[in-house]
Design a protein around this ligand. Structure first.
Ligand SMILES: Cc1ncc(COP(=O)(O)O)c(C=O)c1O
Length: 360
């Protein structure tokens, strides 16, 4: 039996990178400054009595997504939401089907929990779209869970409701559930899409206020699940973190009241920045990729091969960072985020171009 891996190597790497002035590796929009919210100290409370499964926050999350509070479990970020959901859903030895390429902590968590991991491919030749046929081919009668991200990390590919429904039906046929990490979904501003939780009780969805709202410091994450599963997750969490920091829960409620203000500038920022990136991509013979239509991240291929020399040169001479594709099991690609202020992205892309020009 292979040794259990008790860590996320990608997360360790990501959290220990020195800051770069032109951070093309980030997958978030700029941080929202707390002083833009009308908060007084009296709005915050430490009182533990009010925080158990704190209803006002579950209500606020549920109201935004059209989900009843009994379907909402809160957690520290999508990170803990994913782990808590997976720990509830996976029994050691279960067969779990995970997309390729994938956000590594999902793979690491499933491995840590003793899953027998199988993969299905999101093909780069098809813009990494979620293909129900690829899921169907990899499903077996033993599959208990399918794990996908929507939007897809790293590529930003969007899966529509019909596709998700089809994947859900395929999974349900063998008695499997589908976990959809939706942390980037709200950045598909032109799609007016719903959480996949609305497609049936065999879906479990996770998200947070991190990526699209610039509020990662709040660690306001959640899981949507049918009430019996949600109850099991709450009960399991009594073994883990028990409850979130209450001032963060209060701040999260205030953020939800003002969410349209928090996000107001983001659709235009991302649309502008995606356009800038698309122009850059078109101008480069040494890059291959899909033009961005949604989301914050994209995953182009460098025709020069393994991107490690590119990553190193960007760091050494250009104060610029990208996420090397090896973290997504595709070393000749890199993940690039377009969430920075536009002038910063513009300069970052110019530096990326200059570095590419110097490499064979
Ligand atoms: C797909 C995906 N899920 C979850 C997370 C973690 O999000 P959070 O900050 O809400 O824990 C990330 C962050 O990169 C991510 O890309």
């Amino acid at each position: 039996m292979s040794k259990r891996v008790m860590r996320s190597d990608y997360m360790h790497w990501a959290k220990n990178q020195p800051p770069a002035r032109f951070d093309l590796g980030s997958s978030e929009v700029p941080h929202y400054k707390l002083d833009r919210l009308p908060i007084t100290i009296a709005d915050l409370e430490l009182d533990g009595a009010s925080r158990h499964r704190y209803l006002p926050l579950r209500q606020a999350i549920g109201d935004k997504y059209g989900v009843a509070p009994d379907h909402v479990v809160t957690a520290d970020g999508t990170s803990m939401a994913n782990f808590l959901a997976l720990a509830t859903l996976i029994t050691p030895g279960d067969e779990v089907l995970i997309e390729h390429p994938v956000y590594e902590p999902l793979l690491a968590a499933a491995g840590f929990l003793g899953a027998r991991v199988k993969r299905f491919v999101r093909s780069p030749d098809e813009g990494f779209r979620l293909d129900p046929d690829a899921v169907a081919q990899a499903l077996t009668p033993a599959t208990r869970l399918v794990i996908i991200t929507n939007l897809h990390n790293p590529s930003g590919a969007y899966a529509d409701e019909a596709t998700l429904r089809e994947v859900g039906e395929l999974a349900a046929r063998v008695g499997a559930r589908v976990l959809v990490d939706e942390v980037y979904l709200d950045s598909a501003f032109d799609r007016s899409s719903r959480s996949a939780i609305h497609l049936g009780d065999h879906f479990i969805c996770t998200s947070s206020l991190t990526k699209v709202y610039g509020l990662s410091g709040l660690r306001c994450g959640w899981i949507f699940a049918a009430p019996p599963l949600a109850e099991a997750m709450w009960r399991l969490n009594e073994l883990f973190g028990v409850a979130q920091a209450h001032p963060a829960e209060r701040l999260s409620c205030i953020a939800f009241e003002r969410l349209s203000e928090v996000v107001a500038e983001t659709p235009a920022l991302l649309a502008r920045n995606r356009g800038l990136y698309n122009g850059f991509l078109e101008s480069r013979d040494d890059l291959a990729g899909t033009p961005m239509t949604d989301g914050i991240t994209t995953f182009p291929r460098w025709r020069g091969g393994d991107v490690e020399p590119l990553r190193a040169l960007l760091r050494a001479d250009y104060d610029t960072s990208v996420v090397p594709g090896r973290w997504f099991e595709m070393p000749d690609r890199f993940r690039l985020g377009v969430g920075s202020p536009t002038e910063r992205l513009e300069e970052g892309l110019a530096r990326l171009g200059a570095a590419l020009d110097r490499l064979p």
